[in-house]
Design a protein around this ligand. Sequence first.
Ligand code: PBG
Length: 336
Amino acid sequence: MTQNWPRHDMSFLAGHRLRRTRRTEWSRDMVRETQLLPRDLIWPLFVIEGQNERTQIKTMPGVERRSIDLMVEAAKAARDAGIPALAIFPNTPDHLRAEDGAEAYNPDNLMCRTLAAIKDAVPEIGLIADVALDEYSSDGQDGLVRDGEILNDETVEAMVRSALVQARAGADIIAPSDMMDGRVAAIRAALDDAGFEQIQIMSYAAKYASCFYGPFREAVGSGSRLKGDKRTYQMDYANSDEAMREIEQDIAEGADSIMVKPGLPYLDIVRRARDAFNVPIYAYQVSGEYAMIELAGAAGAINRDAAVLESLWAFKRAGANGILTYYALEMARKLG
Ligand code: PBG
């Protein structure tokens, strides 16, 4: 068979054989357009009350909630692996959750104590504090609710108070994930007023109302409380022009960096943002994406390790400056 080939004149390919650069490992290395490095990886961590306490998250095999002492150990491991920053999420005890989410601005809440403990023991690592009410409220919504309506301006006030206690506790980056209008400007002004002009704001600017947050809601204990959905504040997944408008507005309000979330299904948004804006862009490989890779890997449907690497690299190719990923420690150790 083969000795008769080529059947056609292939001379037109002379200067167009793209496979030439793919032939060998060294050549593939040489022409590789993007890199994936430990410094690209931000590690989201869940904290619980207690001492030497870790609890499993059923829907996120391999991810655990840790008490503050173990968070400090995790922070040391992350620093040693070259991870630049951690994103902290508290699982607030049930008895402290209330309709007004006031625990969010208790200066002694679980989040603040965690920030302070890590800042004290591992000052070299950046601390990103999530600001939203769902981790503190009794109804699992990110904002204050009145007659079924998510209140915007009242929620922003609560966000500002929450950001201030986090800043005092040692947060380096305030990351509002609530999608209320105007919160970046309000938080920026309050931080500056309080002398925290060096604290950054990483805004969850293009955050979609997504089913992929399911396991996260189990992790922070808000899922079973949540009635309805978040579609009056998180974005409609049918839209991308609107995401550009969200990002533009957050930059104008003073965001130092912006986030796109979820990750892999929204790489078109990462790429559009990269082409349109000159700010650092982070993408969040969210809990449901993690669960999909783990469960498909465990079922033998895909090669789990290969899928992790390929998925993270895709974020870099799309133009993200960094990735929030539950794989951060494992991958930083492998890549470092
Ligand atoms: C809460 C918040 C969520 C996530 C990060 N911050 C959940 C939500 O908006 O319902 C999701 C992260 C993940 O799924 O890994 N404000």
